[in-house]
Design a protein. Structure first.
Length: 197
């Protein structure tokens, strides 16, 4: 099952299992460039000059140690875009396959678009809320288990919930909110207005 490959489970002495997530050890030059507002070439030169510690792959790609990046930011008094973002919403749906990065919508809020719920494990920002498209529900892939675990730390809103049967809806955590319409700008605006007021 895809879910177990992405989120490995370990078993305690009493037989219960828990999820293990490794902290990210490396950043790409593109990720560092985006965080610092620099070009990839400038970041590559910073690595060459020893300003940022990095691992060079066999293919010649630079992987910057996350700790080196954090030390550099602290030393220079730099607040990265990630630290500067107050809220980050994630919208998941196949329509967002070609969407890259975050969209800032003001008031310290950014929206991240991804095409598959399992891509959430690659997102570095702290996600406050996740909107997920129920039209792509397939429990053979472990969606129930994965989304219920996400609901422990995030607010989950399932849009297009009208496609799910009542038995499927009942299997989701009660913390998960069902929206019986497609995602749209007014839906996100109404959600944000409700959360802020």
């Amino acid at each position: 099952m895809l879910f177990e490959r992405i989120y490995p489970f370990e078993t305690t002495n009493n037989g219960s299992s828990y999820m293990t997530i490794e902290p990210k050890k490396f950043m790409t030059t593109n990720e560092v460039a985006n965080q610092l507002g620099l070009s990839v070439g400038t970041v590559q030169k910073m690595v060459e000059k020893g300003i940022l510690d990095a691992l060079i792959t066999e293919g010649g790609h630079r992987r910057i140690y996350t700790e080196s990046f954090k030390k550099y930011c602290t030393m220079k008094g730099i607040t990265t875009q990630q630290e500067n973002t107050n809220k980050c919403l994630c919208v998941v749906g196949e329509n967002f396959y070609n969407q890259k990065g975050n969209i800032m919508i003001g008031q310290g809020i950014s929206i991240r678009f991804i095409s598959d719920i399992f891509q959430i494990v690659r997102i570095k920002e702290r996600l406050d809320s996740i909107f997920w498209d129920a039209e792509h529900y397939d429990d053979d892939h472990g969606y129930h288990k994965f989304i219920n675990i996400l609901a422990l730390d995030h607010e989950i809103l399932v849009y297009n919930a009208q496609v799910l049967n009542s038995e499927t809806i009942a299997a989701f955590s009660p913390k998960i909110r069902m929206l019986y319409h497609p995602i749209s700008t007014p839906v996100i605006d109404a959600y944000l207005y409700g959360r802020m007021h």
